[in-house]
Design a protein around this ligand. Structure first.
Ligand code: SAH
Length: 244
């Protein structure tokens, strides 16, 4: 029997934002692999084995998924949002690099709606001009790299989507990030705090960076630091199509 490995994005939380392609893959899977809260979003059914794991063990989880597929299972590795954005797709390819015996497996990556696009759509169009995305977690890269990227992105006047802004174990990172953004001259820019977008806990706030407080973000928040041309119209916030 020939197995397969599908790496799928479940979107930001709402059922309506799961793509039909991802629903079909979940419907024909024999095994679901992923971080426990994401796996819990897949409806249980007969014939479906669920492998829920810890958040930190990404490469181990990816290797387990490849092994199952090599044994003939139809495995779906799930991420929230998009699997290629700070998520499992890279981990699977990293595991594949270390395991050449599995390189002929049938693998697909199915995109999902990532948090920054959902957040942006809720408030208007803050990513309508050039933008970048930065993961504030320093689990997998040095903090000095994060600081440098925040500084240079501000200097270049990108809108900046910040993923993983704040954890209980590392609250000082986001405090420092706000300081860096102010030092880099962004105090007048709008900042959007979009929490748990597309779920019942959704909350969206927009303030100037000058008034932004670290406690406005938690691990369920996506932060968008707008570019300097971004403005309000009615209840909306948008980046104009042209920039200086
Ligand atoms: N692959 C995911 C991102 C995983 S990193 C994606 O494409 O969206 C986890 C971070 O994503 C969280 O700390 C938060 O910053 C952001 N995030 C994920 N879902 C979110 C949601 N529903 N609302 C706001 N932010 C979210």
């Amino acid at each position: 029997m020939t197995g397969s490995l599908t790496i799928a994005g479940l979107g930001p939380g709402s059922e309506a934002l799961i793509t039909p392609e991802v629903s079909a893959a979940l419907g024909s899977a024999t095994d679901i692999v992923g971080y426990a809260p994401y796996v819990a979003r897949v409806a249980p059914r007969d014939g479906l084995t669920v492998h829920a794991s810890d958040n930190r063990e990404e490469i181990g989880r990816a290797t387990d998924a490849l092994r199952l597929a090599s044994e003939g299972r139809h495995v779906v590795v799930v991420s929230s949002g998009d699997p290629g954005v700070f998520a499992m797709a890279s981990a699977v390819f990293e595991a594949l690099e270390a395991s050449p015996q599995w390189q002929d497996l049938s693998i697909r990556v199915l995109p999902g709606v990532t948090a920054m696009l959902t957040a942006a759509a809720r408030i208007g169009a803050p990513l309508g001009h050039d933008f970048c995305a930065i993961n504030l977690s320093d689990n997998l890269k040095p903090w000095s790299t994060i600081e440098r990227r925040l500084r240079l992105a501000t200097e270049a006047d990108f809108a900046i989507a910040i993923y993983n802004p704040r954890s209980a174990s590392r609250p000082e990172g986001f405090v420092r990030a706000l300081e860096i953004l102010r030092e880099a001259g962004a105090s007048e820019r709008l900042v959007i705090f979009a929490r748990a977008v597309s779920t019942s806990g959704e909350k969206i706030e927009a303030v100037s960076l000058r008034d932004a407080r670290p406690d406005m973000a938690d691990m369920k928040t996506l932060v968008i630091v707008c570019n300097s041309a971004t403005r309000r119209v009615g209840g909306w916030i948008y980046a104009p199509r042209s920039a200086r």
